[in-house]
Ligand binder design. Structure first.
Ligand code: EPZ
Length: 419
């Protein structure tokens, strides 16, 4: 088993380069199945979710040549099966994108029910609603999702809930459908825009991604033949911005799109931090204890739920009492129990958590309860007095490339050891 040993008391400073966005990459890779040809994808983050997605693609018949550890040439001319391996697809959440892309390409799809971070029920009713509106029949039984359609016909779909996954999945299944599909009440995250841009680069006709209404005009085929670079990861960038505030440090985040982080920047300024944007760089620094603030997570462009835990670390040592309302997931406060082991004073009740700011945290053995909680606990270990041991690193490795090296380059005393 692996663990991180973090010796705390560090003020982080220096530069960090942001990797490609996990939540864009793990939708773009299944989307390559819609291409009857070859494409090249650059700026892929080197993380385990990407590696699993590529293994599934190869199981389905794709040929993948890695040009570097972050770019690959993918040939999906010959897709031999529409059945994604159940053992692999149940390992993580984004496996559900194989349903939309295989349904779009083969008019058939079979995958395991998705896994992923334990954040609550994580239903897929809106995905199924979209597939059925296009003419597919979908059965969910025995841990499998089986979808099939004689043909897929464009339709108008209103999303009952703003859903990143369902918006992307319906987009994938509509690209090669006959006629126009309208997705109303669509999610607007940067990774949705990135998937649409990728598909349009390969010959699709998708309009309005990033707004509430997305129109997909079905095309006969996607020939590919182009190269696409994955958008920088706004959540990784936000993680380092909050690490700068928590550690009273000074970090320049490179290769990021500052507009994607406007909500976080506003909250950092509210807490007394400083932010300077210039081109694809954001400098964040703070030389005093952050002030309290209140957070309500919401779909983009609201405060991202995927930065909630990292913000929780800042609020745990902020001046005063802060409140976080988690409005996306039923159960995303498990990390607060780990922070309380480090001396924080947090009371989590249902969708609300109350943070009584303390002067400082103390190192302790803690466990990552999900991907973003893991990143948050690394920040907590870096600012705590004493030593922190962090377990369950597999959660973190799913979504952050070389995270301990990036923090070490900013001055953190952090090593990974195998027990
Ligand atoms: C994506 O999950 C991300 N994962 C999550 O990031 C992120 O927290 C979430 O979007 C919200 O931004 C990936 O992109 C792989 P949703 P997803 O569908 O698509 C409800 C991370 O840390 N809902 O937008 O599963 C759902 O229960 C991960 O990178 C339905 O009710 O999220 C939730 O309350 C964690 N029915 C809300 O919508 C559905 O059919 C938003 O879920 C689908 C969703």
């Amino acid at each position: 088993m692996e663990k991180l040993i973090i010796k705390g008391g560090t003020r982080l400073s220096g530069e960090v380069v942001i990797s490609g966005a996990k939540n864009a990459a793990i939708a773009i890779l299944p989307a390559t199945l819609l291409i009857d040809g070859v494409c090249t994808i650059e700026n892929l983050p080197n993380i385990s979710d990407v590696q699993i997605q590529c293994k599934i693609l190869e199981e389905l018949g794709a040929k993948i040549d890695w040009i570097t550890s972050n770019s690959a040439r993918i040939d999906t001319t010959n897709i031999l099966s529409y059945k994604a391996p159940l053992d692999m697809t149940s390992k993580f959440r984004a496996s559900y994108y194989f349903i939309g892309s295989l349904l779009g390409r083969c008019h058939n799809a079979e995958t395991g029910l998705p896994g992923g971070c334990k954040l609550g029920a994580r239903p897929i009713d809106q995905h199924i609603k979209g597939f059925e509106a296009l003419g597919a029949t979908v059965d969910v039984a025995n841990g499998k999702i089986v979808a099939s359609a004689n043909k897929l016909t464009g339709s108008s779909i209103y999303m009952d809930t703003v859903s990143v996954g369902a918006t992307i999945n319906v987009m994938l299944s509509a690209v090669l459908a006959e006629g126009t599909t309208t997705i109303d009440n669509a999610a607007k995250e940067p990774h949705i825009v990135d998937v649409a841009n990728f598909l349009n680069t390969m010959g699709a006709d998708i309009r309005g991604a990033g707004t509430d209404i997305i129109k997909v005009n079905g095309v006969k085929s996607l020939k590919g033949g182009a190269t696409y670079s994955v958008v920088p990861d706004q959540i990784e960038a936000g993680t380092f911005m909050l690490a700068a505030i928590a550690s009273k440090g000074d970090i320049t985040i490179k290769n990021c799109i500052s507009e994607h982080l406007d909500c976080l920047t506003a909250k950092i300024l509210e807490m007394g931090g400083n932010v300077e944007e210039s081109g694809d760089e954001i400098r964040v620094w703070c030389d005093k204890r952050p002030q309290k603030t209140n957070i309500k997570t919401a779909p983009y462009p609201g405060f991202p739920t995927d930065l909630q835990a990292q913000m929780g670390v800042v609020l745990s040592i902020a001046e005063g009492t802060s409140i976080i309302s988690e409005n996306i997931w039923e159960s995303r406060f498990q990390y607060t129990y780990e922070l309380n082991k480090m001396g924080a004073n947090i009371t989590a009740q249902g969708k609300t958590a109350f943070f009584e700011g303390v002067e400082s945290l103390s190192g302790a053995p803690v466990c990552a309860t999900d991907l973003r909680a893991g990143a948050a606990l690394i920040i907590a270990g870096i600012i705590a007095n004493g030593t922190t041991e962090l377990y369950n690193l597999e959660h973190i490795d799913r979504g952050y490339e070389n995270i301990e090296m990036k923090f070490r380059n900013l001055g953190a005393n952090i090593v990974r050891i195998r027990e």
